[in-house]
Design a protein around this ligand. Structure first.
Ligand code: MTE
Ligand code: MO
Length: 396
């Protein structure tokens, strides 16, 4: 270990958020306590060690995190996943990612009720107040944008605690005509500005079976407070386990349609990202936009333990149709996958944490990938290297 890196790092430097040590740019811990709050059952040595900082991921742009950017269809906010710990596993509403911000043209009177129509004996409207009164706590669910990307540090993903009403309750009381086998959910999507990158008009068509199996709900609250304007107030759809593109915000219409219904512009736009075969013209030919089991590192921590440099990788595991039992990590193509040291137990409604102690053989650039071993579970994005993250290790 070089003398330079043994140099004492002041608390002030750590708090300032970035420093250079041993030639590596280290993003500082917000506090020392932060680094200690992950369980280390396998390697308790970290409890006695000293955290030096976080090695930033390389080959990722410097996106501005947790700040609302832009407006309307081009509005974004990226959640900073590098701060995640099991103690802060629910994203505060002001840090929850945004993909599309509320229209400048949206006013409260546009969304006082939801129209229930289409292939129905009789159309009717449901008042928002009525829906609000029957809302109940639903639990914690993660949402990921199908367009999540390394360039924004995968910040289009967050988890919150939701309240609302099961969509099936609303649909069953509506009694569709027999040919109304599918359901179109739409929101208020009239914007002042034309988007550079997105097609306006979010709506999605589901089969009744899909909505039932997923436990879809109309959300009224997020983290114990009414939805914010940008997150779809007063009412948004949430389909647990599916990509965010189906979770329609500012819901204003639910319509029964039949097997001949055409795919919406949103379905066509997201066809590739939700791993459809081509871009089917009919809604019935779309497969559920499920988030398959996925995992990635969120932070690589640098420590000194008994005078030695040691790294610890902390990451998340999410998605999948059932909970993953085992997770493996690999630091470069020429190395083998090995089981991660510690995988937090849990279900698949939200992210689970894992940690892995790491002693790189030599200073180098490492490309970290994860794998869910065993057959029987599709992990296409994970296996394609979509969530790979790289670090440049300068000191071992
Ligand atoms: N009405 C409407 N709903 C929408 C969208 C939209 O553009 N308009 N974007 C969708 C997409 S692509 C995602 S990923 C989620 C994001 O929800 P959030 O901004 O609350 O995180 O909302 C979905 N619901
Ligand atoms: Mo999205």
């Amino acid at each position: 270990m070089s003398g330079r890196s043994r140099r004492k790092i002041s608390r002030r430097e750590l708090l300032q958020g970035s420093l250079v040590a041993g030639g590596t740019l280290l993003l500082g811990f917000e506090s020392l306590a932060f680094a200690r709050c992950l369980p280390s059952r396998v390697d308790p040595s970290f409890q006695g060690g000293k955290p030096l900082g976080i090695v930033p991921f390389s080959e990722e742009s410097r996106a501005e995190m947790e700040t609302p950017l832009g407006a309307e269809l081009d509005g974004r906010l990226y959640t900073d996943l590098s701060k995640l710990t099991p103690q802060s596993a629910i994203t505060p509403s002001e840090s929850f990612y945004l993909r599309t911000r509320a229209s400048e043209l949206l006013e409260a009177q546009h969304l006082r009720q939801v129209r229930i129509g289409g292939l129905l004996a009789k159309e009717f409207t449901l008042g928002i107040e009525e829906i609000r009164k029957s809302a109940k706590p639903i639990g914690v669910h993660l949402m990921e944008c199908a367009g999540n990307a390394r360039s924004v540090h995968f910040g289009l993903m967050s988890a919150a605690e939701w309240s609302g009403v099961p969509l099936m309750d609303v649909l069953e009381s509506a009694k569709a005509k027999s040919q109304g086998s599918r359901v179109l959910v739409s929101g208020f999507d009239t914007y002042q500005a034309k988007s550079a990158t997105s097609v306006a008009g979010a709506s999605w068509i589901f089969s009744m079976e899909e909505l039932k199996a997923a436990g879809a709900f109309l959300a009224t609250e997020m983290n114990g407070a009414p939805l914010t304007r940008d997150h779809g107030a007063p009412l948004r759809l949430f389909v647990p386990g599916w990509y965010g593109c189906v979770c329609i915000k500012w819901v204003n219409e639910i319509s029964f349609v039949d097997e001949r219904a055409e795919a919406t512009s949103q379905m066509l736009e997201y066809a590739a990202r939700t791993m459809q075969q081509g871009a089917p013209q009919l809604a019935k030919d779309y497969k559920p936009a499920l988030v398959e089991a996925s995992a990635m590192p969120v932070r690589v921590e640098k420590w000194t333990i008994s005078e030695k440099i040691q790294y610890r990788v902390t990451g998340i595991l999410w998605g999948g149709s059932r909970p993953v039992q085992e997770l493996q990590i690999r630091f470069n193509p020429e190395e083998d996958y090995v089981a991660v040291d510690d995988l937090q137990p849990g279900g698949n409604n939200t992210w689970r944490f894992w940690t892995h102690a790491w002693t790189p053989a030599k200073p180098d650039t490492y490309h970290i990938r994860l794998r869910v071993p065993g057959a029987g579970m599709a992990t296409r994005r994970l296996d394609a290297g979509y969530y790979m993250r790289s670090v440049e290790i300068q000191e071992v």
